[in-house]
Design a protein around this ligand. Structure first.
Ligand SMILES: Nc1ncnc2c1ncn2[C@@H]1O[C@H](COP(=O)(O)OP(=O)(O)OP(=O)(O)O)[C@@H](O)[C@H]1O
Length: 191
């Protein structure tokens, strides 16, 4: 897919947040959106997800495209296990539980897979949220600071997983870490 954002602007109560933002994004790439706190990364994501209207500008290329997302908050169902959180978003199929457990087992300790998400650490919850987002059929995935709460080694594992699960997809990730751009083989976008 090709996503073309043209002259997108958004203000909140006279405070300009996005000012004539234009981007051309193509499937098969990982784009790393960088910018100081408050520069409008989450605002741009919310507009792309249809959760917020821009004041002006145009977005083309989203028609009939499926967008998945990791929000800044995990938005998991806390009373359910990681496997249940993941299977509940998959299109119905007999092998779903096995597939979910396999994916989760790559990034989380086996003992954590069958207890309620409410009992997991922050970093474990983050990994469940990432796997869930990549377990739905999608054309584009948006991830808002996905590596929050992950130690260096775990981040590398998660990045390998993302690269594998997102082949030929359009990936847009916000991060404050310059090193993430290299680890992801990403294309940097400054807001
Ligand atoms: N619903 C809202 N009402 C008023 N102001 C808002 C609203 N949403 C965001 N803002 C303001 O817009 C600016 C950009 O916020 P946004 O969350 O998009 O930044 P960000 O780049 O994602 O920041 P961070 O890196 O801290 O997550 C901030 O000044 C914020 O206070």
């Amino acid at each position: 897919m090709e996503l073309i954002i043209s002259k997108l602007s958004k203000s909140f109560h006279e405070l300009p947040v996005l000012n004539d933002v234009s981007l051309h994004l193509v499937s098969g790439n990982i784009y790393c959106l960088m910018g100081p706190s408050g520069s409008g990364k989450t605002t741009l994501f919310r507009i792309l997800l249809g959760l917020l209207d821009a004041d002006s500008g145009e977005i083309n290329g989203l028609k009939k495209k499926r967008i998945s997302a990791v929000f800044q908050e995990n938005r998991l169902c806390e009373a359910f296990t990681p496997a249940e959180n993941v299977t509940m978003v998959m299109p119905p199929s007999a092998g779903n539980h096995k597939k979910a457990v396999e994916a989760l087992g790559r990034l989380l300790p086996a003992e954590s897979l069958n207890r309620p998400v409410s009992t997991l650490s922050g970093g474990m919850k983050r990994r469940v949220a990432i796997i869930r987002a990549l377990s739905v059929p999608f054309d584009m995935v948006i991830m808002d600071e996905p590596f929050t709460g992950l130690d260096e080694n775990t981040k590398q594992l998660v990045i390998s997983y993302i690269k594998e699960a997102c082949k030929n997809k359009l990936v847009l990730i916000s991060t404050h870490q310059e090193e993430d751009v290299q680890l992801l083989n990403g294309i940097k976008i400054h807001l």
